[in-house]
Design a protein around this ligand. Structure first.
Ligand code: NI
Length: 226
């Protein structure tokens, strides 16, 4: 699963966040990486319990909570509050896999990371490099989005962030556990939901619409775990 979700934040909301983050108290990103990832991780992160991180993270969660495309694609069950990172001066994050199990800060609970997400905050023309490269069976996808856009991708993929050779790249990132663990099932539900929305728009009175909607919800009942 690799889905681009535009306008999670407006460009001006993203710019406002960048302004607040630029002067923040950044820490070495290796503090939150596993032993293998530490060797290839070169960036800065805001501490997850930093007041700015909590405040801005909540703003992003609120935006995602009402984003129909995100909700339909991710079918989120539990979400780790967003964290923030910064790459500049040739910093990069080499090939790695995100850990499968994550602590949910402040709760004592854990979640299974099914999906990873990166919300791009810096305008792409303000820095060089910094592409998120997600490997797939055919090669790789190179992702560099407008400020305020988010990419949602399978946490099971090997990926890396290319060196930032000019300017700085600010982003928020998060992991979530989906109601539907398997990508293939979640992908089918997403396609079906999209098709139903289009049908509902074009033929709202067609009697088969309700029956197809029933199939969607009953598949979700079969496949979801809470
Ligand atoms: Ni990663």
């Amino acid at each position: 699963m690799l889905i681009r979700i535009p306008n999670v934040l407006t460009a001006s909301e993203a710019a406002e966040i960048c302004q607040l983050l630029e002067g923040a108290d950044w820490k070495d990103g290796r503090q939150t990486a596993g032993y293998l990832s530490q060797r290839v991780k070169h960036n800065h992160q805001l501490r997850e319990d930093h007041p700015l991180s909590i405040r801005l993270g909540q703003k992003i969660l609120d935006a995602l909570d009402t984003n129909q495309l995100f909700l339909s694609a991710a079918l989120p069950l539990k979400v780790i509050p967003p964290m923030f990172n910064r790459y500049a001066d040739d910093q990069q994050y080499g090939r790695h896999i995100d850990g499968a199990i994550r602590h949910i800060p402040g709760t004592g609970h854990r979640l299974r990371a099914d999906l990873s997400a990166t919300l791009f905050l810096s305008p792409p023309e303000s820095y060089d490099g910094g592409e998120l490269i997600i490997e797939n069976l055919d090669g790789a996808d190179s992702i560099k989005l407008a400020a305020g856009d988010l990419v949602l991708y399978s946490a099971s993929t090997v990926h890396h962030v290319a060196p930032v050779t000019r300017g700085s790249r600010l982003a928020a990132f998060l992991w979530l556990q989906s109601l539907v663990r398997l990508d293939a099932q979640r992908g089918m539900l997403f396609k079906l939901d999209n098709a139903l929305q289009r049908m509902g728009h074009d033929h709202p009175d067609h009697p088969a619409l309700v029956d197809m909607m029933a199939v969607y919800h009953n598949l979700l009942r079969f496949w979801s775990e809470t």
